[in-house]
Design a protein around this ligand. Structure first.
Ligand SMILES: *[C@@H]1O[C@H](CO)[C@@H](O)[C@H](O)[C@H]1NC(C)=O
Ligand SMILES: *[C@@H]1O[C@H](CO)[C@@H](O)[C@H](O)[C@H]1NC(C)=O
Ligand SMILES: *[C@@H]1O[C@H](CO)[C@@H](O)[C@H](O)[C@H]1NC(C)=O
Ligand SMILES: *[C@@H]1O[C@H](CO)[C@@H](O)[C@H](O)[C@H]1NC(C)=O
Ligand SMILES: *[C@@H]1O[C@H](CO)[C@@H](O)[C@H](O)[C@H]1NC(C)=O
Ligand SMILES: *[C@@H]1O[C@H](CO)[C@@H](O)[C@H](O)[C@H]1NC(C)=O
Ligand SMILES: *[C@@H]1O[C@H](CO)[C@@H](O)[C@H](O)[C@H]1NC(C)=O
Ligand SMILES: *[C@@H]1O[C@H](CO)[C@@H](O)[C@H](O)[C@H]1NC(C)=O
Length: 902
């Protein structure tokens, strides 16, 4: 049928209702009376509606709620009345259900019991529940119901149990709840209610259990308990309640459990509390964390009924007195954090009378002012005692050896007292001991080796006593230890290697402030999980074993005030978890390890050692407040706040620089030598050539016609370039019919102003010069062209490798690059040429247009300075200054001698 679809889409509810009515009618017609069949159908519909609002049912609690199982009285969690076949009980508790509670629940009019606790119902509690006038039990505890508590449920006048605890209910408890006179259980604890403890509880005379715990109700406790003669459990803890505990409460003799802890209650406890007159049946009294004052009546501690007494964290005081009685039910006795103590030496005598408490499990007497000796009867306490805390009192004397009888102890805390004497050997009998804390006493003598028998021990604190002698090797048998603190004693001898075999150690190993000597055993590397190693203030020596680098969990390392020496092992660079390092007051040498920079340190103290070298400015070293470096006289550098001397301009770096300079110098010399050799070789090769001729002597005569022919009529194919006053053409010249030489013909453009002058000065210059690094002039031509115009040309030896400009700017030799050595040689060639022109040419010739395009390269890449068209020949007297008659900078684009005007 369609129930399934209906379930998954509740919006089609009414469409499907008709189908369902038919279905139900069919299945129930036989058994149901006609009159009630409609009501039965209504129950079925309501249950389907309830299921339809369940979003998650991981345990399949509601799988049986299906149409193949038509009789809903057989569905899981449903109980029907046998006579009417109406639903009387709905129990889906602890079903893991998530969803909302359908208002259709109000149609299950025969319901007496609703148990939906321990689920995840959310949304508001439907007010339709108020229609269930037969309802006796409504348990919705431990869900996520929100909103207010609906007033309508107070219509359920037969309600005996109303349990709404552990939800998100807000607001005030409706006053009409006071009309539910049948209520015997009212639980609203752990909600966010307000408005104080309601007065109406006075009317709930049937109440047995009332719990308003942790509801932030506030206000005083109303003095209304005289009528609650059935009340056995009262819980109003955690409500910021103020004022006194009302007298009527003490008159509520039915009370067995009272929880008023964690409020702000004041006042004194009545004498005879827990006696036959006041709360004689009280088993649990929890008044901790209040502001109660006065004495704890002896009747309380002497009560034979009391199981749990917790008055911790009050201002109670006085002597603890127990009167002898025949029985004791105490399981937990917590008197911590009060001012108990009378100053009398026998005040711990009350322990004698606790030995009758055979179920005693916890005894908390810490943070009081208890004085005197622990009686030998301590050992007569129950072996069920697993926790005994006597810390922070004024107890003195020996720890009775009978303590060894308390074989159930897992925790014994005697810290912060004034115990003296040796620790009884019998303490080794406490086989279940997990936490033994004797910190801050004056125990002396040896640490009993029997402690090694306590193989369950997790934490051992013997800090701040007067133990002397050596550390017992047997402690290495405590293989479950997480913390071992033996600091602040007078222990001597070596650190037993066995301690480092306790690989469980993960919280702390503190052996500081003793007189231990010797070295850190190499086994320290076994402590891979350890957070903290403290060995400060001993007489330990030697180097840090590099195995310490295996303690990868280490956060705190304090080995200060010892006699450790050597340098820091590089292996410690793996201790990335380190946050605090104190190695001060030792004899460490060497540099500060650089790995410290990358640690995320909160504190680094390396003061008073003999570290040397430069202090980093990175990581922890960048913040001077985190670093202590005092008393290391050989340190330098660092951030200014450290006030260290500057590293003396790097003694080492200076010598390094010197070495570098020398090396570079040597390299230069070698390179220069090679260059000289190479260039010189080229020079010699050049010298060997026969064309080294005397310029004017061999000057041949050429005509315009010859030049015209040799350059194919000054064709553009042979055009090489253009100067300011000239054009240059390539040509082939037949010299004396012997051989053909390649020439560059520079044709002067005489139409340009200065062109003629240029020709003259060039010829003049070349007449006076001869040098292998000057462009070689083969001849000059001065005559007429075919048109009769004046024609002047200078014929140079052709330089097959063109000009330097072309090389540098890759115009013609794109794919070729000058090698360094070629560049140097060219520079040298130019220098030679200039040197010659300036000093050795007879007259000083200033080229005035020296630029890459005027430096020509022959086939051997030897440079030749050419184009003297702008050159000046200075008389000797003008040698050191330029011609004042020439204004402006001489030269063509590409050359401008810095600051020099020719
Ligand atoms: C319906 O309920 C019956 C009885 O609990 C069960 O055996 C059956 O598996 C259920 N059917 C479905 C489809 O869940
Ligand atoms: C059942 O309850 C719903 C919601 O409370 C209501 O609208 C409906 O009329 C009721 N149905 C029957 C048959 O009583
Ligand atoms: C509350 O219910 C959850 C299951 O929903 C359960 O695990 C938990 O123990 C319950 N808490 C209490 C206090 O009963
Ligand atoms: C509760 O009872 C009052 C009067 O008795 C009535 O008016 C009201 O409708 C009832 N509420 C519900 C939810 O049934
Ligand atoms: C207690 O009940 C009486 C009568 O039954 C009523 O007059 C009174 O208002 C109720 N008190 C409270 C606090 O609800
Ligand atoms: C306690 O109850 C007794 C009688 O049962 C009564 O005499 C006394 O006044 C009550 N005390 C208080 C504080 O209510
Ligand atoms: C301890 O108990 C034993 C017997 O149970 C008893 O003989 C002894 O006197 C008790 N010791 C003390 C100090 O109370
Ligand atoms: C440090 O070493 C030097 C030389 O090794 C030694 O003289 C000095 O006493 C040592 N200082 C300490 C505190 O151990």
């Amino acid at each position: 049928m369609s129930a399934k679809c209906f379930l998954s889409s509740p919006s089609y509810l009414y469409v499907v209702i008709t189908h369902f009515l038919v279905f139900l009618t069919l299945t129930h017609t036989v058994t149901a009376h006609n009159a009630s069949s409609a009501a039965i159908m209504s129950d079925g519909l309501a249950l389907i509606a309830i299921k339809s609002m369940i979003k998650k049912d991981p345990q399949g609690v509601m799988t049986s709620w299906n149409d193949s199982n038509a009789n809903f009285c057989q569905w899981k969690g449903i109980t029907c009345s046998p006579r009417h076949e109406r639903v009387t009980l709905l129990d889906l508790s602890s079903g893991g259900l998530t969803g909302r509670l359908s208002p259709f629940i109000g149609n299950l009019s025969f319901l007496r019991v609703i148990r939906l606790f321990n689920n995840s119902f959310s949304g508001e509690i439907p007010g339709e529940i108020g229609r269930l006038f037969r309802l006796q039990e409504l348990r919705l505890t431990n869900n996520s119901f929100s909103g207010g508590i609906p007033v309508a449920i107070t219509n359920c006048s037969n309600l005996q149990v109303l349990a709404l605890g552990y939800n998100n209910l807000v607001g005030k408890l409706p006053d009409k709840v006071g009309s539910l006179s049948m209520l015997n259980i009212l639980i609203v604890h752990h909600n966010i209610l307000q408005g104080g403890i309601p007065m109406f509880i006075a009317n709930l005379t049937m109440l047995q259990r009332l719990s308003f715990g942790n509801c932030q109700l506030g206000g005083p406790i109303p003095d209304v308990f005289h009528r609650l003669t059935n009340l056995s459990r009262l819980a109003m803890h955690g409500n910021n309640l103020v004022g006194n505990i009302p007298p009527s409460l003490y008159n509520c003799s039915s009370l067995e459990q009272v929880f008023l802890d964690n409020n702000r209650l004041i006042g004194r406890l009545p004498a005879n509390l827990c006696s036959s007159t006041i709360l004689p049946h009280l088993g649990t009294l929890s008044l901790s964390v209040n502001r109660l004052t006065g004495r704890l009546p002896p009747s309380v501690l002497s009560s034979p009924q009391l199981h749990v007494l917790d008055v911790a964290q009050n201002n109670l005081s006085g002597k603890l007195v127990i009167t002898p009685r025949n029985s004791c039910s105490l399981v937990i006795l917590s008197l911590s954090s009060n001012r108990f103590g009378s100053g009398e030496d026998d005040e711990m005598k009350f322990i004698d009378h606790l030995s009758i408490c055979r179920d005693l499990g916890e005894l908390h007497l810490d943070y009081n002012q208890l004085k005197g000796f622990l009686p030998e009867s301590l050992g007569n306490l129950s072996t069920t005692l697993y926790r005994m805390i006597l810390a922070s009192n004024l107890l003195s004397g020996d720890l009775p050896s009978s303590v060894g009888n308390l074989s159930g102890l897992t925790l014994l805390d005697l810290s912060c007292n004034q115990f003296t004497g040796t620790l009884p050997f019998t303490i080794g009998n406490l086989k279940n001991m997990q936490r033994l804390n004797l910190t801050n006493n004056s125990f002396s003598g040896s640490i009993p080796s029997s402690l090694g028998n306590l193989s369950s021990m997790i934490e051992l604190y013997l800090t701040s006593n007067e133990f002397n002698d050596t550390i017992p090797l047997s402690l290495g048998n405590c293989k479950k230890l997480l913390t071992l603190n033996l600091d602040q004693n007078s222990l001597t001898g070596n650190i037993p290697r066995q301690l480092f075999d306790i690989s469980s150690l993960s919280i702390s190993l503190n052996l500081g402030n003793n007189q231990l000597s010797g070295q850190i055993p190499i086994e320290v590397g076994n402590l891979k999980n350890l957070n903290e190693i403290i060995l400060t203030n001993n007489r330990l020596s030697g180097e840090i074993p590099s195995s310490l680098g295996s303690c990868g969990s280490l956060q705190n390392l304090n080995i200060s005030n010892n006699m450790f020496s050597g340098s820091f092992p590089a292996s410690l660079g793996s201790l990335r978890a380190l946050e605090n390092i104190d190695v001060s007051h030792n004899n460490f040498t060497g540099g500060i390890p650089t790995y410290l920079e990358v640690f995320h340190l909160k504190k680094l103290d390396i003061s008073f050692n003999d570290f040397e070298g430069e202090v980093s400015r990175k990581g922890v070293f960048s913040n001077a407040s985190l670093v202590s470096i005092l008393g290391n006289n050989r340190l330098c550098g660092g951030v200014p706040e450290l006030h260290l001397p500057k590293c003396s301009s790097n003694k080492n770096k200076l010598s390094l620089a010197v070495i570098l300079v020398i090396c570079c110098g040597l390299v230069l010399v070698v390179v220069a030598t090679i260059l000289f050799f190479l260039c010189h070789q080229q020079k010699r090769e050049a010298k060997d050539e026969p064309r080294e001729t005397f310029f004017w002597e061999f000057l041949m005569q050429v005509s315009y016609e010859t030049l015209y022919k040799s350059t194919d009529g000054f064709s553009s194919n042979n055009f090489l370039g253009e100067g300011r006053f000239s054009s240059v053409y390539k040509g082939c010249l037949d010299t004396h019919g012997v051989n053909i030489i390649h020439v560059a013909v520079k044709v002067l453009n005489l139409h340009r102003h200065g062109g003629s002058k240029s020709f003259i000065s060039e010829c003049e210059a070349l007449r006076n010069t001869r040098h292998r690094n000057l462009a070689k002039v083969i001849t000059c031509c001065s005559g007429h062209d075919f048109q009769g115009n004046i024609f002047k040309a200078i014929v140079y030896e052709f330089m097959p490798n063109g000009s330097l400009d072309e090389w540098l700017h890759n115009r013609q030799y794109e794919l070729r690059q000058l090698r360094l050595i070629q560049r140097v040689c060219i520079a040298l060639d130019v220098a030679y040429a200039l040197d010659y022109l300036h000093h050795h040419a007879g007259k000083t010739i200033v080229h005035c247009d020296l630029k890459p395009s005027n430096i020509l390269l022959d086939e051997d890449m030897v440079a030749h300075v050419g184009d003297f068209g702008l050159s000046k020949i200075l008389q000797y007297e003008y040698q050191n200054r330029c011609d004042s008659s020439s204004v402006g900078v001489r030269g063509t684009i590409g050359y401008a001698a810095p600051g020099m005007s020719c």
